[in-house]
Design a protein around this ligand. Sequence first.
Ligand code: HEC
Ligand code: HEC
Length: 247
Amino acid sequence: MRKSLIKISTGLALATIVFSGSVLAGEEAVMNGDIANGKKIFTEGKGAAVACMTCHGPTGWGMDAMGAPRLANIGYPYVVKQLTDLAEGRRTPSGAGAVMPVFAQALTPQDRRDVAAYVNSLPIDGPPELSDLNEIKASGQPVGQRYLGEVLVKYGVLGKVSACQSCHGYNGRGAAPIFPVIGQQKYTYLVNQLHNWREASRTNDPYGMMRAIAKNLTDDDILNAAAFLALAPRTTAGNSRVPDTTH
Ligand code: HEC
Ligand code: HEC
């Protein structure tokens, strides 16, 4: 690896370094799963693994009430990595997600690729099922300010926090294979993960990238970023290189 690359500390240069390292086996970066078997696991479960759609929703859009993330189209290699980390003890969630390691262990490595391929195959042009921030607020959970979250996601905090989109792409729409989609992810899940990294109860981020970011976030930063991201549009008007949708 050339030294000059390392000196550039932008997210994109980091992505180049990570990708040329061995965080992901090349195999996982290329979709390599049986969608039909993945669909069966997602809708019916397998052995000790309860049907994924029970918590992640029939369309894979996640559920705030369960703290369950959206899995649909957040990135095939990312889902394979998380299931592998969950199965092998590198990610041990608390709360409703505490069951995930058992479920991931009930799947073979090929099953994990299959279910990841299935959730990655779900149509992206349907209406997004976004978090209902008003309902979440009404239930008594704190909800941040979207306009402040947008500033953080787009520009970061000088000298403290890199812009989220420098790694996660415009409005958090993802940059496979390393950086998951965080735009239009579920609000509750976003808040939980940012806390987990800040408290270092989740430590499976390559090179500690997310822990380094989260340690400089305030409670309000976390709520604001999550409020913006949960509803963030993934397309820019007039960009012919992205699917022409209004959301
Ligand atoms: C009982 C509810 C429940 C069921 C059933 C369930 N999950 Fe989960 N899952 C969760 C929760 C809650 C989390 C969030 C864990 C955390 O907070 O870290 C999660 C996290 C995940 C993640 C991490 C996603 C990310 O963005 O990092 C993956 C992948 C996943 N689940 C896949 C599956 C698959 C595949 C199945 C079916 C075999 C399944 N889950 C079944 C509740 C569930
Ligand atoms: C230096 C690059 C980098 C920057 C900047 C960055 N992230 Fe991340 N983020 C990552 C990586 C890498 C992962 C995947 C971790 C893993 O593999 O488990 C990640 C994962 C996440 C996840 C988990 C998604 C999921 O489905 O589990 C959330 C949420 C997140 N980042 C939010 C943010 C927010 C909010 C910001 C800005 C305040 C931010 N990130 C800035 C690199 C970055």
